[in-house]
Design a binder for this molecule. Structure first.
Ligand code: GDP
Ligand code: MG
Length: 201
């Protein structure tokens, strides 16, 4: 097993994040918690890369569909379809349009519990209900209701891997090995060093 401090996660600032001039703010949030940026690039994603990205998890369409149907029922509303796969497919079509609409910034972050910590800082999928203090909660206001009324994907600024398994598939999907930089930063000494014996003179 690798040490927890070596965990890596994939993050993409979606086109709305770039348009809202939030690249610096978003990078700052992950930096200040102590994570290390080990890869970064800007580009306009190709539609097939976006589709493959979401289908890396063969169950993603069904899970997203089930979640969407459940959120409709909770509000006493009828979902657009009762079939999770169909609802998932609709979300995927929306995501292809959303993520190819302009440049994105893709990154890899490394550090203790990187997947979990990044998701915590990023906040829940729906900005309307994501916590205050998270990036999605603080900087955007979209909702499932609004997105589905208008037949588009929820605009929530960021993609972040949802699990270690997802991260391990998404990183090589978007980055080649030589785009990832292995290096040390001095703060790792205080975050992870066991003996703290390098401070006093
Ligand atoms: P994430 O891991 O928090 O990004 O959420 P998911 O993996 O469940 O969904 C991927 C993306 O699809 C989300 O970030 C949203 O942009 C969009 N999305 C998810 N669920 C819905 C939904 O029920 N309706 C719509 N319109 N978009 C959704
Ligand atoms: Mg996800």
């Amino acid at each position: 097993m690798t040490h927890p401090k070596e965990e890596r996660t994939f993050v993409m600032i979606k086109p709305d994040g770039i348009q809202r001039s939030l690249v610096g703010e978003i990078v700052k949030r992950y930096e200040r918690v102590g994570l290390k940026l080990i890869a970064l690039k800007m580009f306009v994603p190709k539609e097939e890369m976006v589709e493959q990205h979401y289908l890396l998890d063969p169950n993603w369409k069904r899970i997203v569909g089930e979640k969407a149907i459940e959120s409709y029922r909770k509000k006493g509303m009828n979902p657009p379809s009762g079939k999770p796969e169909e609802v998932g497919e609709r979300v995927l079509q929306g995501l292809k349009k959303y993520l190819t609409a302009g440049p994105v910034v893709a990154m890899v972050w490394q550090g203790a519990h990187a997947v979990e910590v990044v998701r915590k800082i990023t906040g829940g999928t729906e900005p309307r209900s994501s916590d205050v203090g998270t990036i999605r909660g603080d900087y955007v206001l979209d909702s499932y209701q609004m997105a589905d009324t208008d037949g588009r994907a929820v605009r929530n600024l960021i993609h972040a891997s949802g699990s270690l398994e997802e991260a391990e598939k998404e990183i090589p999907h978007w980055f080649s090995k030589d785009e990832i930089v292995n290096y040390k930063i001095v703060q790792e000494k205080i975050l992870y060093d066991v003996n703290l014996d390098g401070i006093l003179e």
